[in-house]
Design a protein around this ligand. Structure first.
Ligand code: ADP
Ligand code: MG
Length: 322
C-alpha cells in the first residue's frame, strides 16, 4: 500500500534536523510558530533544485536531500548568518519509501550538523523538484553583502573550485577519470557540497564583501565587483586547485574549470588591505582553506591575468570536455 501524505510527512520529516527550543510549533500544524531573538536580524533565502536541470536524473536521493539544503545554507554563509530553521517544498512523481528514507537521511543529517530544525513544508506530486527555504540570524548590522568592496581590496576564495564541475561531468558521462579515488573525490564535491557556514560567520569581522560561488568563480567575482561599483582582476596561476582535479584534467583545463564551472558553493570575499594581516592572524589560510586569487580594481568587469596579460575568454568553448 502506498504511503499516505500524512504517514510520509510523519515518518520522514517530523523529527528532521536539530531539536531547537525556539520552535514553539513545528511540522504538523498549518504553519510553524518560531521564537525570534530580539537582538539579531532575520536572514532568509530560498533555492530550488530541479531534476534534469540542477542534478542528473537518477542521482542518489541522499545527495539530492543534502544538496537541496546545502545550496541554501551556502547563501546564509555568504551573508555571515547562523542558520536556524528550514522549510521544504517537495514535488515528486510518486512516494517511494526507500527513496524518501535516503532523501530525508541526506537532508536531515546536514540540518543536524548545522543546528537547523525542519519546521514545515509542502508535499505535492509532479516532476521531481525540491525547494528549500532557510532562515537564520545575524548580529544587527553585521551581515556581509556583495556591495561593500572597494578598488584595492584583496580577493580570496575558499576550497578548490572546479572540482564540482568535474564531478557533474563525471555523472553525465562527459568525463572519465582513471583513478577511482580521484573520481570519487570529484563526484563527492558535486553531490555533497559543503556550505561554509563557520567561515562566513568569522568573515563578518574581516571581509568587506562576500558572495557564494554557485554559477562559476569568474562570473560570481564579477557580480561581487559590480555590486561594489568596481571591477576585479584574478591571477590565473593563483587559483587553488585540488590535486585530484589537476591529475584528472591537467593544469590548464583545471584552471578553466575553476574559473567557469558551477556548483562549487565556496565563498569568494574581499578584504581591505589594512585588514589582511588581521585576517591571516585570526584565520590562518591553510587551516581555514582559502587563498588570495586577485584584487578589486577601478576598471569595471572581471579579468583573468596570466603572465602579465589578460586572457580573452571568447576563445574558450562552453563545454570544457568536448
Ligand atoms: P496544509 O494543507 O495545511 O498546508 P499539509 O497537509 O500540506 O498542510 O502539511 C501538514 C504539515 O506537514 C504542515 O505542518 C506542513 O508544514 C508539514 N509538511 C508538509 N510537507 C512537508 C515536507 N515535505 N517537509 C516538512 N514538513 C512538511
Ligand atoms: Mg493548512
Amino acid at each position: 500500500m502506498p504511503l499516505s501524505e500524512f504517514e510520509l510527512i510523519d515518518r520522514f520529516f517530523r523529527d528532521c534536523g536539530a531539536r531547537r527550543t525556539d520552535v514553539r510549533l513545528g511540522v504538523g500544524d498549518d504553519a510553524a510558530v518560531l521564537e525570534c531573538p530580539t537582538d539579531r536580524q532575520l536572514v532568509a533565502a530560498t533555492d530550488s533544485i530541479v531534476e534534469g536541470v540542477h542534478f542528473p536524473a537518477g542521482s542518489s536521493p541522499e545527495s539530492i536531500g543534502h544538496r537541496a539544503l546545502a545550496v541554501n545554507l551556502s547563501d546564509l554563509a555568504a551573508m555571515g548568518a547562523e542558520p536556524a530553521w528550514a522549510l521544504l517544498a517537495l514535488t515528486m512523481s510518486r512516494a517511494d519509501e526507500q527513496w524518501l528514507r535516503e532523501f530525508s537521511g541526506g537532508l536531515c543529517a546536514l540540518a543536524r550538523e548545522h543546528g537547523v530544525a525542519l519546521v514545515g513544508g509542502d508535499t505535492t506530486s509532479g516532476p521531481l523538484s525540491v525547494t528549500v527555504h532557510v532562515l537564520g540570524f545575524v548580529e544587527r548590522a553585521t551581515a556581509l553583502t556583495r556591495s561593500g568592496g572597494s578598488a584595492g581590496d584583496a580577493i580570496y576564495v575558499s576550497g578548490t573550485p572546479g572540482d564540482a564541475a568535474a564531478g557533474l561531468a563525471l555523472a553525465q558521462g562527459r568525463l572519465t577519470v582513471e583513478d577511482g579515488a580521484d573520481a570519487a573525490q570529484l563526484s563527492r564535491r558535486f553531490l555533497f557540497p559543503t556550505p561554509r557556514i563557520a567561515l562566513g560567520r568569522q568573515l563578518r569581522a574581516h571581509a568587506s564583501a562576500c558572495i557564494d560561488v554557485s554559477d562559476g568563480l569568474l562570473g560570481d567575482a564579477g557580480k561581487l565587483a559590480a555590486a561594489s561599483g568596481c571591477g576585479v582582476a584574478l591571477t590565473f596561476d593563483e587559483l587553488p586547485l585540488s590535486p585530484a582535479l589537476t591529475r584528472a584534467v591537467g593544469g590548464e583545463r583545471a584552471r578553466m574549470l575553476a574559473l567557469t564551472g558551477g556548483d562549487d558553493y565556496e565563498l569568494l570575499f574581499s578584504v581591505h588591505p589594512d585588514r589582511i594581516a588581521a585576517l591571516h592572524g585570526a584565520l590562518p589560510p591553510e587551516a581555514w582553506g582559502y587563498r588570495r586569487i586577485g584584487s578589486l580594481r577601478a576598471a569595471p568587469g572581471a579579468a583573468v591575468v596570466r603572465d602579465g596579460s589578460v586572457i580573452d575568454f571568447s576563445h574558450y568553448g562552453f563545454d570544457h570536455f568536448a
